[in-house]
Design a protein. Structure first.
Length: 464
């Protein structure tokens, strides 16, 4: 029924009217919080509850350090900040790639890119991979997705476990809305996703559900007059776009509250990668794995408000996201995952125990020839351990080493100054590339047509 409704125009019109009625310039902040106050014991008790929904919001191309709750001086994110302030914020989160498809394959499976088999444009997730939506569905939870990025299309294996995997029809974009980096094949705005989500809540709010939303307006640099607060450079417009999306999401959170669903819902905010602004000679993403393109937010807002919120300072990764969520809900974990549940770190932080390191190296990976047919793989790998971060290029084996305790922007290469650290991390990078793949049968590669290749070029990627 819901899928049939989404194919009609009237739900969008009704939702759009509601959206206009409750917003002023898309910048309505959360003015009240009717949730009960919770404790760490309530966090641990979530696993025994059978009434908890999961709203998973993936904001494409969102780097953590552009959010106020992560220390940014500009007020880009009042809604997200409110969710973080009374929830759980992971302060040192890292994604596994700066390219959406590779990154999302790792996020959903809990496996590093070298093991998923999804590092190049034609590759798809195996049907043998067990996905979180499958685990949730087996637990009797309804599973729905609304997405706008073609790299997570069903043809690449990302629809596994979802009852409905829906790309919404694009509504007309008002003249007041600007898209500074429009992409061929990505029409409309994230309002279309939120309007579809609100219609979903109307139809299925009385059931137990998991709803995944994949937003694209930060990637597209979309904003309007009310969110144009920070200037006109690309970096400024990126901030404007975060403010725009934050306002769009405020409407969804308020709809949850209006329907009485807020105190039964865990809201997750994550990102697939960040965005570069010439820190290492490039603008955009999907070219390298320096920190600006793989440092992402991870926020959990719970059915109750924590006062104060919990901040996990230990380093974490996107491969940890679903092991943590499934553990939080008391459900079976992902098989053979590289990531792990971070509930121990949540407990420690909630008790005021300082854990700034939690063992083991973390990895980010991009094949720098992922969009070039006929070229050999050129894997670029970053290894993070303690304060150090090593970046290794292939096939040359050239490395760069940064001490992030003194150099957060990774501008001063200390490889010659720290030879022992360099060799240890270079060995870890080499060992990472030699890891065995997941025990899945490989999927046939997806043939990319001329239109899809053109969309790659429009995104700023090198493809042929």
């Amino acid at each position: 029924m819901w899928k049939r409704l989404l194919g009609k125009r009237w739900p969008y019109v009704v939702a759009a009217v509601l959206l206009i009625v409750v917003t002023v310039g898309q910048q309505v902040e959360l003015r009240s919080d009717a949730r009960t106050r919770g404790t760490l014991e309530d966090v641990e008790a979530l696993a025994a509850r059978s009434d908890v929904n999961l709203l998973f919001i993936l904001i494409d191309t969102l780097r953590a350090d552009r959010l106020s709750s992560y220390g940014y001086e500009r007020p880009t994110s009042p809604t997200l900040d409110a969710l973080a302030a009374s929830g759980i914020r992971f302060a040192r989160q890292m994604s596994q790639s700066s390219w959406t498809k590779c990154s999302m394959a790792s996020l959903w499976t809990g496996l590093y890119p070298v093991r998923t088999g999804v590092t190049r444009a034609p590759q798809a997730l195996s049907r043998d991979a067990q996905m979180p939506a499958e685990i949730l569905r087996e637990a009797g939870i309804r599973t729905f997705a609304i997405w706008r990025n073609g790299w997570i299309a069903p043809s690449f294996g990302f629809a596994q476990g979802f009852e409905v995997y829906h790309s919404p029809a694009a509504s007309p974009v008002p003249a007041s809305v600007r898209r500074e980096k429009p992409t061929i094949g990505v029409a409309g705005t994230d309002r279309d996703v939120v309007e579809s989500a609100m219609e979903f809540l109307r139809a299925h709010g009385d059931e137990r559900w998991f709803l995944y939303l994949h937003l694209m307006d930060v990637h597209q640099y979309v904003y309007d007059e009310a969110s144009a607060l920070f200037g006109t450079s690309y970096s400024d417009i990126y901030d404007n776009s975060i403010r725009w999306v934050d306002g769009v999401l405020a409407q969804l959170v308020r709809d949850l509250e209006r329907r009485g669903l807020r105190d039964h819902t865990v809201i997750v905010v994550a990102a697939d990668h960040g965005e570069a602004f010439e820190e290492h000679g490039h603008e955009g993403h999907a070219r390298d794995v320096y920190s600006e393109v793989v440092t992402t937010p991870f926020i959990l807002s719970l059915p109750f408000a924590l006062e104060p919120g919990i901040v996990v300072d230990a380093p974490t990764e996107n491969v940890d996201v679903w092991p943590t969520l499934l553990d939080l809900l008391g459900l079976p974990g992902l098989p053979d995952a590289d990531g792990r549940s971070r509930l121990p770190e949540i407990r420690a932080a909630g008790r005021g125990e300082a854990i700034t390191e939690s063992g083991g190296a973390r990895f980010a990976h991009i094949d720098q020839s992922w969009g070039r047919r006929g070229q050999r793989p050129r894997p670029m790998v970053a290894v993070s351990e303690g304060p150090y971060r090593l970046v290794r290029y292939a096939p040359s084996g050239r490395v760069e080493l940064y001490d992030r305790s003194k150099d957060r922007r990774e501008q001063h290469d200390v490889a010659t100054e720290e030879p022992e650290v360099r060799e240890r991390l270079a060995t870890l990078a080499k060992g990472y590339l030699e890891r065995s793949p997941a025990p899945w049968r490989s999927e046939p590669e997806v043939e990319l047509d001329a239109g899809e290749l053109e969309r790659l070029r429009a995104l700023g990627y090198e493809a042929e």
